[in-house]
Design a protein around this ligand. Sequence first.
Ligand SMILES: Nc1ncnc2c1ncn2[C@@H]1O[C@H](COP(=O)(O)OP(=O)(O)OP(=O)(O)O)[C@@H](O)[C@H]1O
Ligand SMILES: [Mg+2]
Length: 502
Amino acid sequence: MSQEKMVEIQNLYVNFYTQSGVVKAIDGVNLILYKGETFGLVGETGCGKSVTANSVMKLIPQPPGKIERGRIFFMPPGGTEEEMQRIQEQMNELRSKPDLPKDDTQLKKLEKEMAEQRAVADITARWNVLWKQPASPERDAKISELDRELYAILNKYDLIPRTKKYMQKIRGKYISMIFQEPMAALNPVFTAGFQISEVLLLHERRELAMSALKSVEEEKKYLKTHKLAKKIKDVKGENKCSICSSAVQDEMERCPNCDNYFKAIPLKPLKTMSLSYTAAKLKRVKKNPYSFINKRLAGRRIKLESMERAERMLRLVRIPDPQKVVNSYPHELSGGMQQRVMIAIALACKPQMLIADEPTTALDVTIQAQILKLMRELQEETGTSILMITHNLGVVAEICDRVGVMYAGVIAEVGPTGPVFKEPLHPYTQGLMNSIPKVNIDLPRLETIEGNVPNLIKPPGGCRFHPRCPYAMDICRKEKPPMMEIRPNHLAACHLYTGVTF
Ligand SMILES: Nc1ncnc2c1ncn2[C@@H]1O[C@H](COP(=O)(O)OP(=O)(O)OP(=O)(O)O)[C@@H](O)[C@H]1O
Ligand SMILES: [Mg+2]
């Protein structure tokens, strides 16, 4: 697993100011997600999983919600050997080019990145030395000085102080989210195709212009050679090529026999001159994706291209009859279909980070397996990190590399999936694992965790789990337990493990 961080949440506190009181939904969450990993977030209902995910996207409704404190770093430099080696390799590759100008912008960017990585590595090394020293006010002062130094480098990666406009550039393109309730997340007045193409038009205009340009060039070529080439439907309803009369399938763009290009047909036949004009405009978009273009010619081409890609995305998420669904409104779709439209929107731009908030709850088991496979394929192809929020512990065991267990707004335990499932440390995780029904054991009653998640307006003091914990001690009622690394990479926040090492 990579040691490069994708998202680092530090000390996050989120409150909701409601009429009945302040809901302390997130109470000091710390979490790191690495590049290319699948991280499962589990916990009972109302534990704060969705609020944590929405905070990363900065989608907490404000009011009543408010991010009180905390930092959320997106792709921060970690100062690890691995990162520095990757940047060094990229720099060497660039430098080996014989015609590289001295002030090449990409090389300059890499050099800047490298300097940042070195500074972070240096501060981390000094921090580690200080941390091992016996506690004293001087040591603490030096540590907070180092923290300030580190934040001065990392603050540009912090999403919390970012503007709405900046977040709009990040959302969809770099961080995508499959929301828990598709009906509430989809816009009821736009078609599914429009909503998928919207993301593409916002973030991938250049790529769309490039493929539109390709088809315009093809059309130009085709107009020159075969003025009247078409797909013609005969009496039996079969498609035939108008040039060589051989049978062609609906989805074919070219005649398999004479290589005629059909893509031009659904559009109004354009004269070569307007095609050249459109091509010139599309080339402008290729240079500057937000340049002004004629809506009727080049704009229409880009839109058509985006709708085609939307249809392809729908096919990818295994929606039956994508041609129809692309023009359907959300209320015309079933719950499972809406969820798949949401998944198509989230995956359209191949994001770096995918937050999947119960992505497969409305789907039957076969589709669920297909969607999980699709996510894994995306991960293999683009190195996407996935934050998988689910109640289905089977899905977590199947696909997650690491798992985090949340309880009442705090992270109770984090670790690699195998150890967390086999030897859970926190009493809450033990309770969750025991409540999984087992087919090979005959029990008169299924095991449960006594009680309910507390009301977060008046959460219990100390450890929030203590009223339900079978091992609760005095200290649990008074002090909030810190997160401790009990086994390698396996952390738990529980007083039971104070001073214990395995
Ligand atoms: N808009 C809001 N106004 C007031 N309280 C809210 C709001 N949104 C969330 N909360 C509170 O925040 C807490 C965490 O909610 P969250 O939606 O994150 O739970 P969850 O872990 O995702 O649960 P589930 O598994 O049911 O989806 C809950 O106590 C909830 O009541
Ligand atoms: Mg939720």
